[in-house]
Design a protein around this ligand. Structure first.
Ligand SMILES: Cc1cc2nc3c(=O)[nH]c(=O)nc-3n(C[C@H](O)[C@H](O)[C@H](O)COP(=O)(O)OP(=O)(O)OC[C@H]3O[C@@H](n4cnc5c(N)ncnc54)[C@H](O)[C@@H]3O)c2cc1C
Length: 273
């Protein structure tokens, strides 16, 4: 049993969907383990996806040139964010683990979930120039993507029609989750459930329930440690020369995107080492 809190940020329009079944399986399995489970059901909440000045209460600092991150960062500090964002902040603060459950849309999250990321991962709450990656605000929290695809698995292999899924996952897993400091767990990918026989779909959900039982103890994916970079504007935040030299003789790059012109380290964004 565990006393952890898990937030599931869920985006599907239909309670009959496979995504809903995956979300329900997570709620039940985690609750049965003693976790407190919070769900943000974005379509049911009619969550607003667009980042605008309506997210700030009171006077804007610079109404002539509205800058979303600066105005919301200040509003966050002064308790002037809109109520829906404050409510999501409270959930994120409580969460030891956040699971994003969604159907893959255009190699990414549905717009309503992107809106949740844009609006809830507020500057000063989720990141700052001093608090990024290894020093990120959420370094003591875990996060993961759990999603369904339309395309079959082979389409997302390095020689498949859609290209390597590891590349597609980088913007969300590194650009959002790792950027904010989260320890990122390996994604749960349900390949093409609409083209999977019914009994195999049931087996996919059973495998998910089994994984959920040990999820909180899983080793996270590996990313480039922040200390390997020159962290100043003059040096351009680039990899240290000694690290580049060390990698010169290695067969693979450092991560999917820090590939250093070498073959990508296999499964960097899909499996923990
Ligand atoms: C705008 C848009 C963009 C897209 N972009 C991409 C893309 O970039 N890449 C890509 O690969 N795909 C893409 N797709 C396809 C999309 O990812 C899939 O349609 C989606 O992932 C399927 O998941 P679902 O939950 O909607 O499946 P559903 O169709 O809801 O479910 C699949 C099957 O599972 C069944 N099911 C439901 N509950 C259970 C249960 N408890 N047990 C067993 N079976 C159950 C359902 O009845 C159904 O037969 C896109 C779709 C849209 C609309």
């Amino acid at each position: 049993m565990t006393d952890k809190t898990v937030l599931i940020v869920y985006a599907h329009q239909s309670p009959k969907s496979f995504n809903c079944a995956a979300k329900d399986a997570a709620v039940k399995t985690l609750t049965d383990q003693g976790c407190k489970v919070l769900v943000s059901d974005l379509y049911a909440m009619k969550f607003r996806a667009v980042a605008t000045a309506d997210d700030v209460k009171g006077k804007l600092k610079n109404p002539e040139h509205f800058l979303y991150n600066e105005e919301t960062g200040l509003a966050c500090k002064e308790g002037r964010l809109s109520d829906d964002i404050k409510e999501e902040h409270r959930k994120v603060e409580q969460a030891d683990l956040i699971i994003f459950q969604f159907p893959l849309y255009w190699f990414s999250v549905p717009a309503i979930m992107k809106g949740w990321i844009d609006r809830v991962m507020t500057q000063g709450f989720a990141y700052s120039l001093q608090n990024l990656y290894d020093n990120g605000m959420f370094k003591n929290k875990k996060a993961m993507l759990s999603f369904t695809t339309g395309g079959m698995e082979s389409m997302y292999l390095p020689d498949g029609l859609n290209g390597d899924i590891n590349v597609a996952l980088w913007p969300l897993q590194n650009g959002v989750l790792r950027f904010c400091g989260f320890q990122v767990l390996a994604p749960q990918i349900f390949w093409s459930p609409a083209h999977t026989p019914a009994d195999a779909r049931v087996a996919l959900l059973e495998a998910w329930k089994t994984r959920l039982q040990g999820l909180l103890n899983e080793k996270p994916l590996s990313f480039a440690p922040t200390e390997l970079f020159e962290l100043n504007f003059q040096a351009g935040f680039r990899l240290r020369a000694d690290v580049k030299e060390e990698f010169a003789s290695k067969p693979y790059g450092l991560t999917t995107a820090h590939h250093l012109g070498k073959p990508l380290p296999p499964n960097n964004q899909t499996k923990a080492e």
